[in-house]
Ligand binder design. Structure first.
Ligand SMILES: [Zn+2]
Ligand SMILES: [Zn+2]
Length: 308
């Protein structure tokens, strides 16, 4: 099960009803914050979610509207007594890019680890004990004016447990749970691997988050078959397609095209220009291309569950 909450849906500058870019993903008591624009903390309060246990902040790029909420959040975590290490990842030279932000936050009561996520992604349990075995964070290429990346969070799902196989292999029943949890067990002088007692892997869950990007192949590949894509949609009107491309953004229609080509299940548009008073006005154009499109708003959330 994955809970996703969009915290901020504004681009460039905050307006009363929209904080700047940020979304929180929670899974089995652990969490990842994607971007942390100004207003993220108050947006989380309004949405009724806590950021205090965030394990990882995944930054899409170092433009202010995606990172100016970080120093304040780091301070609040310290004041609230956090002692767990916080991991922060982003594109390019993260240590150099975040140095001024970390200096602003001042001394903190916990450690921060900056890390570069490999292109092939990483099992979160490798980084932080307690994350589910099948949870993985993978970056994908986006096309903005500076070094940038989007992220996909995937939760794989093992095959169905086959008790008849466990019985054939003489695995005692009190060890079945270990195999179901992905651990090998020893029976006599033989090791039984989980794959020996599980059916074929079942469909998992995938959530993709773009940050700022023009329409590009990296986005389509990165978001391939996602259950939910949260995407840059800075401009509503198709007439602004050239401006969108010039500034490394998308119109609603371009985001819908990317969603259709990536074969995602649902698309949420975000990062709305402050010029757009009511994003819903432009929604029909996007739905003409990809019907399962919604305009995100601050605090909008969903729970994604495994299919039975
Ligand atoms: Zn932005
Ligand atoms: Zn940007």
């Amino acid at each position: 099960m994955i809970d996703v909450t969009v915290l901020g849906t504004a681009a460039l500058m905050p307006i009363p009803e929209r904080a700047l870019s940020s979304a929180l993903l929670r899974c089995s008591g652990r969490s990842i914050l994607f971007d942390c624009g100004e207003g993220t903390q108050t947006a989380a309060r309004r949405a009724g979610v806590s950021l205090m246990k965030t394990d990882v902040i995944a930054i899409t790029h170092y433009h202010g509207d995606h990172i100016f909420g970080i120093p304040g959040l780091l301070q609040t975590m310290s004041v609230m007594g956090r002692t767990d290490r916080l991991y922060i990842t982003g594109p390019g030279n993260i240590a150099r890019e975040l140095a001024p932000i970390l200096r602003l936050a001042g001394p903190l009561a916990y450690e921060i680890s900056l890390f570069t996520l490999p292109d092939s992604g990483m099992r979160l349990s490798e980084l932080i004990p307690g994350w589910r075995e099948g949870a993985r964070l993978t970056p994908f290429k986006t096309d903005h004016r500076v070094a940038s990346r989007g992220y996909s969070f995937t939760l794989s799902r093992a095959g169905k447990f086959l008790p008849e196989r466990a019985l054939e292999l003489h695995v005692p029943q009190n060890q079945w749970k270990l195999l179901q949890g992905g651990e090998a067990v020893t029976v006599g002088d033989r090791t039984v691997e989980p794959a020996e007692v599980l059916g074929p892997p079942r469909k998992g869950l995938k959530v993709s988050f773009t940050g700022d990007t023009a329409y590009c192949a990296g986005l389509v590949e990165g978001a391939r078959d996602a259950d939910l894509l949260i995407s840059d949609a800075t401009y509503g009107d198709d007439a602004q397609a050239q401006a969108a491309a010039d500034y490394g953004h998308m119109t609603f229609s371009l985001a819908a095209r990317a969603a259709r080509e990536a074969n995602v299940r649902e698309l949420w548009l975000t990062h709305f220009s402050q010029m757009m008073e009511d994003p819903e006005v432009y929604l029909p154009a996007a739905r003409g291309i990809f019907p399962n499109t919604l305009c995100a708003h601050d605090g909008m959330g969903v729970t994604l569950r495994f299919e039975e």
